[in-house]
Design a protein around this ligand. Structure first.
Ligand code: PMV
Length: 333
């Protein structure tokens, strides 16, 4: 029996970053990472398989997906078909409630929701670990959008040992994550290219050597709800990742990979000034110019008052999230 399944997932934001792949085909990372699911953004995906379809049909935000996206989705559906021992093609309809390329990786929520919806539609009941592995094969960081709350992705050595699991539920810590969006433009260099170039940085070895300690510091501070320790460690970790990008060998065209814009740096300086003035806020940045601000819920109103003054001048807007659940099934028929 074929079912129509709708599943949803939130994007996740890394506090210890995944940057560099040990196995690009399977998306096995060079280091373990840690993230939190962002409650104010969501991908919702409906999948149905049918023997009447000649090929997979992929719709994204109400329109036919471009060829590259459709192919990437079809390759992922092939993985699910292989697991289920089935051959029917599928109809996939996926929508994001947040702007594409908002500096929130839509591929994480997209491949998490797709993995759950497609596997259930073919009658598979995968465990959380199996789903995380499947989602990782579609897009590395998608494996972290499967479990609830605060999530660790263990790098592992092979397909079976590289998966994500919960380190604390969403209600463990009432944090607020404010994503400040400077640019809706797709980034110039994809994270895939960034991963591939990471190892060309002369500092990559130093990053890897320091990461086990960073991970333990961030995770211990998270479990103890020690905000200053957590914040400073995650902020330094984000800068560490960007130092690798900036010192990568990208060839003759540029001296490194620069994701930051002038406004990014402006907000970084502002965050330091807020802390000196007694407002505990810390930042992280992914493979783009936008800045994600962390604070505890009690400080959110003070932060928003500051942002209300700042953002119009910077032509920026903000999305505020709390820690959220992992991927879930919305309906099944
Ligand atoms: O999963 P990808 O290939 O989109 O890579 C994600 C890379 C970062 O967002 C910069 C870091 C991370 O751990 O999410």
């Amino acid at each position: 029996m074929n079912r129509i399944v709708t599943a949803a997932a939130h994007p996740n934001l890394a506090v210890v970053k995944y940057w560099g792949k040990a196995d690009p085909r399977l998306n096995i990372p060079t280091n373990s990472s840690l993230s939190v699911n962002l409650g104010s953004a969501r991908t919702t995906t409906t999948v149905s398989f049918s023997p009447d379809l000649e090929q997979d049909v992929v719709r994204l935000n109400g329109a036919a997906a471009d060829d590259r996206t459709a192919e990437r989705v079809a390759r992922h559906l092939d993985r699910v078909r292989r697991l289920a021992g089935r051959t029917e093609r599928a109809l996939v309809d996926s929508t994001n409630d947040f702007p594409a390329a908002a500096g929130i990786a839509s591929s994480a929520s997209a491949f998490a929701a797709l993995s759950l919806a497609a596997s259930r539609a073919l009658g598979l009941r995968l465990s959380e670990r199996e789903l995380s592995i499947l989602a990782r094969q579609g897009s590395g960081s998608a494996c972290r959008s499967i479990p609830d709350g605060f999530v660790r992705w263990e790098a592992g050595q092979d397909d079976a040992s590289s998966y994500a699991y919960q380190v604390a539920p969403p209600e463990h810590w009432d944090l607020r994550i404010t994503t400040v969006i400077f640019s809706d433009q797709p980034k110039e260099v994809s994270s895939s290219d960034g991963h591939a170039l990471a190892q060309t940085s002369p500092f990559f070895g130093a990053r890897l050597a320091g990461l086990p300690r960073t991970l333990e510091t961030v995770q211990a501070a998270l479990l103890a709800r020690d905000f200053p320790r957590f914040g400073l460690a995650l902020e330094r970790e984000a800068v560490n990742m960007h130092a690798i990008a900036m010192t990568a060998d990208v060839g003759a065209a540029a001296s490194g990979l620069y994701y930051w814009q002038a406004t990014t740096m402006q907000l970084i300086q502002q965050v330091q000034a807020w802390r000196r003035a007694g407002l505990p806020v810390y930042f992280t940045i992914d493979a783009g110019p936008n800045v994600h601000l962390f604070c505890e819920a009690a400080q959110q109103a003070a932060l928003e008052a500051e942002l209300a003054r700042l953002l119009p001048d910077m032509r920026a807007r903000a999305i505020v999230s709390a820690p959220a659940r992992g991927a879930w099934v919305m309906s099944e028929a």
